[in-house]
Design a protein around this ligand. Structure first.
Ligand code: ZN
Ligand code: ZN
Length: 356
């Protein structure tokens, strides 16, 4: 069968690989229906590594994915304990934590140092026609949720976890730097959580339009702009006070400094963006003088059931499908990556559909 493997920086190839074996007792085989191209995939594509994990052997990317069950093991129970059946459409949590380390035992599987993660080297992901996954990582999706939207439950889960870390309260003012998929999902989640106002800074006009449509006050500027110049409109809009909670969902240019400058004294900042070369720089005085609480978001934990439940929320209607700006079949995966990498054609989320 066909799989798209990363052989090194900018080197994605369509390779012929063996079919997955019959699923083990606790596994299912899925036909992959949709795979999202994520910012972290782009880091791997650009540099051949991420956060210390490096592509040594060719690796199949793809951690945001959904599929249809085509074979089951003898005891293939989904996360809810119910047996999965052939034909079930599922979204797949890409993380398999060890289950017994200190982090796992304390309820932080996202911090497990000894985990498997689909699509981050050396672990193969989902950019292929079929693969075996643990049944307990599968979440059945309702018929009215598209395959692309089912794959988007992964970034929605990441955004939910970041929102949890920011502890947005009803009536809070929120600022978000970056209106990519995570920033846009955070915007909707902040509104669902009761934020009074959500301000979004985004240099790209097409993405600003998405944020505006989703209920944000937006303003333009350049990612490289100094914190002082970029946050002026936000400070004017908030009487000089700034936002209660700031989310940095870009990690481009000066976005960390900008987020600190936009957040009020004593406020909270969550860093969700991942820097391309694993370095983040920011001035020390602003966050120190303000006594900011800064948290780093690491993937997600226990968020898939909430992501699924939120699909029904009035403010979430059409949001996941609305973020899917482009779809490609498996053979055109390299085109999907090139488009997302170049931020071309108003791209928000590119989805690859291996069954089409
Ligand atoms: Zn992702
Ligand atoms: Zn663990």
């Amino acid at each position: 069968m066909k799989a798209i493997r990363l052989h090194g920086p900018h080197d994605l190839r369509g390779d012929e690989i063996p079919e997955p074996p019959a699923p083990a007792a606790d596994q299912v085989t899925i036909a992959v229906t949709a795979v999202g191209v994520c910012g972290s995939d782009l880091h791997l594509y650009e540099t051949g590594g991420i956060g210390g994990r490096v592509v040594e052997d060719p690796v199949i990317l793809g951690h945001e994915f959904a599929g249809t069950v085509i074979a089951t093991g003898s005891d293939s129970r989904a996360e809810d304990g119910e047996r999965l059946r052939v034909g079930d459409r599922v979204a797949v949590d890409p993380a398999i934590p060890c289950g017994h380390c200190e982090s796992c035992r304390n309820g932080h599987p996202n911090l497990c140092p000894d985990h498997f993660f689909f699509g981050v080297p050396p672990d193969d992901g989902s950019l292929c026609e079929r693969l075996n996954v643990p049944a307990r990582n599968c979440y059945r999706v309702p018929a009215n949720v598209s395959d692309a939207a089912a794959a988007m439950l992964e970034p929605l889960g990441v955004a939910i976890h970041a929102l949890d870390l920011g502890r947005v309260r009803p009536g809070d003012t929120v600022v978000i730097f970056g209106a990519g998929p995570i920033g846009l999902l955070l915007l909707v989640l902040a509104r669902i959580a009761g934020a009074r106002e959500v301000h979004v800074f985004e240099p790209m006009a097409a993405r600003r339009a998405h944020a505006k449509k989703a209920g944000a006050t937006t303003w333009p500027g350049t990612a490289e702009g100094t914190a002082e110049s970029v946050v002026r409109p936000l400070l004017e809009a908030t009487g000089g006070r700034g936002a209660d909670v700031g989310f940095e969902a870009a990690d481009a240019g000066n976005s960390v400094d900008q987020t600190f400058a936009a957040t009020r004294i004593g406020g909270r900042v969550v860093l969700v963006g991942i820097p391309a070369h694993d370095r983040t720089e920011f001035g020390h005085a602003t966050p120190r003088r303000k006594g900011l609480t800064v948290r780093f978001a690491r993937r997600m934990k226990h968020t898939y059931p909430r992501a699924l439940a939120l699909i029904e929320h009035p403010l979430m209607q059409g949001v996941l499908d609305g973020l899917v700006s482009h779809q490609f079949d498996l053979a055109r995966s390299a085109d999907a990556y090139a488009l997302a990498m170049g931020l071309a054609d108003g791209v928000v989320k590119a989805i690859i559909t291996p069954q089409s």
